[in-house]
Ligand binder design. Structure first.
Ligand code: NAD
Length: 351
């Protein structure tokens, strides 16, 4: 039976990944600190499952990681653990450096020491997959798309910390030969996303009849990918990616933030019409832009398609319908997540 060490597996993308992997018969050791963004409710269906070993802890705790590696002998490490919210990184960058940079370094050192002691096929097959973001490339103009060779130009403390972690992963491959893989993915949406991120935030506020905050003029463009497609891309990269390489992952679905919000409004209107007959679009409220807000991201995922045959399978329209329906039918999950410190308040205004 295959065993993988997953970090950050109680978060949004890591949680979706763990659920899919265990369903496939892979044994997962899940190391997560359970910050405000980590939520064991996401993994409730795995409760008592012998193929899911949950360990609360920090990726920066090298002794703990070493113990888990010795005990469980994983064939791969997948690093999802991170501080992930740009607005929070504006208010408090230090936590981002601590986990995303210092924590990733500790994890890499433990992985390197473990891998060095492996022999034969186990050493040959071992992989360290680092999950990263397209935000490391900075902002685009009207045209063009990020490719794997685009120069890094991170603009927020979040993207700067992720860029630093990507560089450390690269260095561990070149310096020590650690068989690493790095993926840089566009904006994800789907079930189990913490409700501070755009899609679940707008669903909640639309239903509650509250103002729907759109930063600046709402014309910031992101490439949207359903989390299920991200999970399938990661599986493909883990199975067939070449050690030392990086792969961009994207959904071919560029949308302006304002249009994403309007799409959600229309879906909520058909499912839960307002009693006063007004449309949810009337709740849209343009608010002061995020400092340093990148204008446009677009991903060229051609390398992943050409080399590994991966393409996204969920259209933006289909994925949004499923996602809105998921949040509307899981109020309990949302309520329990929000029982923590976060209250959907505005963060990251910078001053
Ligand atoms: P998330 O914030 O939902 O989850 C992060 C998880 O990591 C949480 O469960 C948290 O408890 C855990 N964690 C935080 N610090 C930790 C530490 N020091 N040790 C152990 N666990 C810790 O994030 P997400 O949206 O699921 O993102 C996962 C990864 O994917 C991140 O590395 C992020 O940079 C990357 N990514 C996200 C997106 C996106 O659209 N959400 C896009 C591209 C890449």
């Amino acid at each position: 039976m295959r065993t993988w060490l997953v970090t950050g597996g109680a978060g949004f993308i890591g949680g979706n990944f763990v659920l899919a992997a265990v369903a496939e018969g892979i044994r997962i050791v899940n190391l997560d600190k359970l910050t405000y963004a980590g939520n064991l409710d996401t993994l409730a269906s795995l409760s008592g499952h012998s193929d899911h070993v949950f360990v609360q802890g920090d990726i920066g705790d090298r002794a703990l990681v070493q113990r888990l590696l010795r005990e469980h002998r994983p064939e791969a490490i997948l690093n999802f653990a991170a501080e992930s919210h740009v607005d929070r990184s504006i208010d408090g960058p230090a936590a981002f450096v601590q986990t995303n940079v210092v924590g990733t370094l500790a994890l890499l050192e433990a992985a390197r020491d473990y891998w060095r002691e492996l022999e034969g096929a186990a050493r040959e097959g071992f992989r360290f997959l680092h999950v990263s973001t397209d935000e490391v490339y900075g902002s685009l103009g009207e045209q063009g798309a990020f490719v794997e060779t685009t120069a890094y130009a991170p603009n927020s403390p979040y993207s700067a910390s992720k860029a630093a972690s990507d560089h450390l992963v690269r260095a561990f491959h070149h310096t020590y030969g650690l068989p690493t893989l790095t993926t840089n993915c566009s904006n994800n949406y789907g079930p189990f996303q913490f409700p501070e991120k755009l899609v679940p935030l707008i669903v909640q506020k639309a239903v509650a009849g509250e103002a729907l905050p759109v930063y600046g003029d709402g014309a910031h463009v992101r490439d949207w990918l359903h989390v299920g497609d991200h999970v399938s891309a990661l599986r493909r990269v883990l199975d067939a990616g070449r050690p030392g390489e990086t792969y961009n992952i994207g959904g071919n679905a560029e949308r302006r933030n304002l249009d994403v919000v309007k799409t959600i409004c229309a879906l909520v209107d058909t499912r839960r019409p307002r009693e006063d007959g007004l449309l949810r679009e009337s709740q849209i409220s343009f608010v002061r832009d995020r400092p340093g807000h990148d204008r446009r991201y677009a991903i060229d995922a051609g390398k992943l398609q050409r080399e590994l045959g991966w393409v996204p399978s969920v259209s933006f329209e289909r994925g949004m319908v499923d996602t809105v329906d998921w949040y509307l039918s899981h109020p309990e999950w949302v309520r329990r997540v929000l029982d923590g410190s976060y209250r959907m308040e505005r963060l990251g205004e910078g001053a």
